[in-house]
Design a protein around this ligand. Structure first.
Ligand code: SF4
Ligand code: FES
Length: 255
């Protein structure tokens, strides 16, 4: 199939960037979306033009690095599908596609379709871990976890940190990502000792990074390739409010 692509080209973070039109030819419908971009880049390289920069690693839907906007939708038109798992059989000959990097003040563009998602790393650094004493790892079977709790924690843990939730949100909010990362630990027994500190510090880190505020559009849930539920946002907000109340009562009691 042949496609017309309008691709965001931006040489560097300082460049103001612009959409550029390309015709890409001879794409098979067995190709993945990223393989279609590989074909485009081979055709650009053959003409001596600069290839389009796009990010990827696993190409199997687990690393979270490959996202971009396709016709205004984060990760494109297929639900629960990352760009690398999107296949060209879902498009047709002659389609016109607009490709843009994630839209968010907190994710500055590095080049073309590649953005800096370091803000997510800093949110994780603020509390997305369980502190352990040094020594050998605890025996996993000594901490029984009800299956319903393990399943729910696993649902949150499937977040791949791709950033689609932020990119699609009209506010550029990162609540879905942050709540997934807070919740998968806060629901487990191992996460209880740091539960409220974790909620407080990760939400505060998120706010410092310049993400917008959540006003329940739920666009995040609609585009999340892992189907993370906005229920986790409510859960995070409850832990965060309790953490604030605990901190206020501690301050009122003189420390
Ligand atoms: S919550 Fe979903 S959309 Fe957001 S970063 Fe995690 S996997 Fe990506
Ligand atoms: S390249 Fe890893 S999720 Fe797409």
């Amino acid at each position: 199939m042949n496609l017309t692509l309008h691709v965001w080209r931006q040489k560097s973070p300082a460049d103001e960037g612009r959409m550029v039109k390309y015709e890409v030819t001879g794409v098979t419908d067995h190709a993945s979306f990223l393989e279609m971009l590989d074909v485009l880049n081979e055709q650009l390289a053959a003409k001596g033009e600069e290839p389009v920069a796009f990010e990827h690693d696993c190409r199997e839907g687990i690393c979270g690095s490959c996202g971009c906007m396709i016709n205004g939708e984060a990760h494109g038109p297929m639900p629960h599908t990352t760009v690398c798992q999107l296949h060209m059989r879902h498009f047709k000959d002659g389609d016109v596609l607009y490709l843009e990097p994630w839209r968010s003040r907190a994710f500055p563009v590095i080049k073309d379709l590649v953005v800096n998602r370091g803000a997510f790393d800093r949110v994780i650094q603020a509390g997305g871990y369980v502190s352990v004493m040094t020594g050998s790892a605890p025996e996993a079977n000594l901490t029984p976890i009800p299956k319903s709790v393990a399943d729910r924690a696993f649902d949150a843990a499937t977040c791949i940190g791709c950033g689609a939730c932020v990119a699609q949100c009209p506010n550029g909010a990162a609540q879905l990502f942050t709540s997934a990362k807070v919740s998968h630990l806060n629901m487990l027994p191992q996460g209880q000792p740091e539960r409220y500190d974790r909620a407080l510090s990760m939400v505060e880190a998120m706010e410092k990074e310049g993400f917008g505020a959540c006003s329940n559009y739920a666009e995040c849930e609609a585009v999340c390739p892992k189907g993370i539920s906005i229920d986790f946002i409510a859960r995070m907000n409850r832990d965060y409010l309790k953490a604030k109340a605990m901190a206020a009562s501690k301050a009122g009691a003189g420390g």
